[in-house]
Write a protein that binds this ligand. Structure first.
Ligand code: XBP
Ligand code: MG
Length: 230
């Protein structure tokens, strides 16, 4: 039977937040004449809110702006941030996490279908995946641009499963964060969590396994893909 592994992007396939998205957000703030910059630690707290536009709006509201004004300002800032992040992507500045290429090659080598489920925007997700992986590596890619509700809502995973024509029992999700884990579990998927500096210490109750790096889940994926071929 066909089996699939569905990967999150930010924090999972790529180390994109601290030196990528955060830098692009701050550049957009500077270009708009806003004096505040998100520090590495403050950004870690704000990551609990998924989606760049929502993250900016929530922070503007924290600073005392009304919801409507915050939403309008956030939309403009996020548009600029997206373009700036896309440039970083095209400059090759957003690296794959160690072990990602090896895992993907091994899964593809044993016939596992690969897919992507992200909250990020299609404008930068596509060039990122095109730059890091062979054409056709992922059978389907669903982004935050494609779904009405972002993680922890399971919409993006429901969409991926529907496009693959698979039930949740036939797939594994790979995530780095509690929000991502909740989204995967909400769609009925089993989920492997590979943490990073920003997400270590979050609540991963319900995860199939939790490791700090991809080396720590290699054996699990080998076992899972050999069982699925039997
Ligand atoms: C990632 C996100 C994204 C990025 C920014 O969540 O929340 O918003 O931080 O990307 P996940 P955009 O890894 O759970 O998918 O600015 O394009 O939204
Ligand atoms: Mg993530």
């Amino acid at each position: 039977p066909r089996r699939a592994v569905i990967f999150d992007v930010d924090g999972t396939l790529v180390d994109s937040e601290r030196h990528g998205h955060r830098v692009a957000f701050n550049a957009a703030f500077a270009a708009a004449g806003l004096p505040h910059r998100w520090g590495a630690e403050e950004y870690g707290r704000l990551l609990r809110i998924t989606g760049g536009r929502r993250r900016i709006a929530a922070w503007l509201e924290e600073t005392g702006l009304g919801a409507e004004e915050a939403a309008v300002l956030a939309a403009g800032l996020h548009k600029d941030k997206t373009e700036r992040f896309r440039v970083l992507v095209e400059q090759g500045r957003i690296p794959a996490r160690p072990g990602v290429h090896d895992l993907i090659d091994r899964l593809a080598g044993v016939g596992v279908t690969l897919a992507v489920a992200t909250t990020g925007s299609r404008e930068w997700v596509e060039p990122l995946l095109d730059g890091l992986f062979e054409p056709g590596t992922f059978e389907t890619v669903v982004t935050g641009t494609d779904v009405p509700l972002l993680k922890p809502d399971p919409a993006v995973y429901h969409d991926v499963l529907a496009r693959l024509g698979l039930g949740p029992e036939a797939a594994l999700a790979v995530e780095d964060s509690e929000n991502g884990l909740r989204a995967a579990l909400g769609a009925g998927l089993r989920c492997v969590v590979v943490t990073n500096d920003y997400t270590r210490g979050q609540d991963f109750t319900g995860a199939l396994a939790v490791a700090q790096d991809f080396a720590g889940v290699g054996a699990l994926f080998d076992a899972w893909s050999s069982v699925s071929r039997a």
